[in-house]
Write a protein that binds this ligand. Sequence first.
Ligand SMILES: [Zn+2]
Length: 755
Amino acid sequence: MVAPSESSPLNDCRWTVIVKGCSIFLSLLMLTGITACRRSLQPARYNVLMITLDTTRADRLGCYGYPLALTPTLDQLAREGTRFEHCRSPIPLTLPSHASMMTGLYPPEHGLRVNGMDVLAPELVTLPMVFSNAGYRCGAFIAATVLDHRHGLNRGCEIYNDHIETPKISSEDYERTGHLPDLTPPMRPGAQVVDDALVWLDTVRDRPFFAWVHLYDPHYPYERHDALPQLRREDPYDEEIAYTDWQVGRLVKWLDRYGLKRKTLIVIVGDHGESLGEHGEATHGLTLYENALHVPFILSGPPRLRSVGPIPTPVGLVDLFPTLLECTGLANHPMAAAQLARSKGRSLFPLLCKKNIPSRSLYAETIHPYHQFGWAPQQALINQDWKLIRSPKMELFDLSRDAHENTNRWNDAEQSRAALNQLRDFEKTLERTPPISQPLASDDIRKLEALGYVAGGQKSISDAYTNEDAWAALFTLRDIKDGLDIARKSFSIRAKIIVNDVGDDVLEQAKTLVKESPETLFFQNLLGCLYLRRNEYDPAIAIFRHTLDINPDYSESINNLAMVYMILQKFTDAEPLLRHEIENSPQSIRAHKSMGYVLLHLGQPAKARDHFEFVLSREPESHGAHKYLGDALLQLGDEAGALAHYTESLRLNPGWMDAALPLAHLLISAHEPQLRDPSRALQIAWQACETTEHHVVEPMTALAAAYAALGRPQKAAEVTELALAVARESTNETAGLALKSDLDRYLRAAAGSEE
Ligand SMILES: [Zn+2]
């Protein structure tokens, strides 16, 4: 027998076959598909460290040929492992894209097709579910709200670390910095995510683990990292990627420290790219050009991967599910069987063994243009040479000669017809899962609004997900290529509304938007919000009403219109709107909050209580719900309950006058003597006066009442005199009259106590 050559993996393969050359073994190999050569990766119980790089274009990493990159860790992982040169995302949106990685299914198949909505269907299996079932410890460390556990990607994870603070958006920030905050996303920096991941990894390093670490820093806005001058890049997007690389390096160092690298499959993958202004799109989500779809994909860790070299075969994110299962010996795990049979993804394991796999087309889509603007969605079918983008204005690109998609070859009739037929045939093979909708908590809506991800209020198209004609009808709407400019303007206007920059010029811009795209309810809603912020309630009502004539279920407009009516104290007008909204979205926290408030003012405290209790069952930290539940309970005669909820409200939002004052009054004048505590009332009222610099009547009145209750009428009278001066200053006559009567009473009491 000839000894195998050390240098040639091919020879090595032959050698394996010769040595193990009995026919039973060979047929077993054929049967199981385990035809790997000895020097290639063998399926094994590897740990999996899966790092998803949000918004990272492949062509901005050093290992993908970008000369200005500072990505030493990723480059080294690519050198030590293997790099897929052409990996495509099936959708340029974070949630659906990650769902495809975790399930091996395309968005129409797993049902999560936009950000901010819907839950993964319960029958679907995710990678962590299979790994945890196979005895792995599974943990996920998430950097942005878009991947919140409510969408179901937490299944199978013993820890799903997704706590992210709401972004602080204030007009003061805008005035100070001049930066519009609409794109200040609710995310946390990679350092925090990796810190948390390392703490957990330390507890599982003796067991097989599957860790998913999500790094979001390259997402807009691109921030500088001045504290790390060594990461300085001219382009801030590159600097964010350099920072991300640095965080990846911390995880790799941890593997090195414990000698785990060779036992760990390190998966580096992007969820989608970033347009960076190319093809008219600033960021991502609306188009399907290569800037948005071509993502990095590197497998590293086990030393045998080193010999594989870069792989030119086009692959997709749907391939991750079967590939990771096969690499870890779980390809035949019963839990995954049904989904593997259904998945259009295929295991790339043969490529890691230097075997070819037949070429295949990749699919991509985005429905975001419809959801946000009422415009046509896009679909793409990509193979080695060409790429079809289906939209009202069709595009066909020859990627082999035109990588940047500059020349539309749709005029090539034969090629175009063939491509379109292929797309149609492909669509027929999709086994669709209808989305399971779940409204988000109000807090999450706020977080998503900051990202520009809240649906624009167009009518639901869930029927189009399963009905061919309804789907085809969407492609008669405005082409996104003709809308990108308008879209950009709308983002700037929304940002200005958030920071209360609602001057006449902004109003004119919003009116122009509505004129340019009257089919976009989102623009009409923006205009309505602008009127609302300008305290111009009649035009606000008219425009919200108009949007509801077109789509009676448009949540944003229902809630905004109800808000106008609440401001105008027209509670009977607000009530039926909110009832309709709660019928549509029984879980809508925002609608329940407003409904409770409305019922409280309609003299129905018992019903109001039910709504606030619902809100608190979902959002126990809602200081507003605690305060208004306190009001409802007080009206129902439950003083102890009211006291508890006012107290909790104030604890959650220290210094909030709306909770502090009723609490102080209750502590002074509760009917149940054991609830009274004027000393505490004094403390609260004093704090409220300090906060308002002794220039607001109400806290001063409460302070005076607390002094009086403590048997100090002289002090009460002094405070009341000061309050009277404030009332006179602000020509508040009603308050003035009440204060005078208070003052008389305190003075009489003071005179009496002196006697
Ligand atoms: Zn993303």
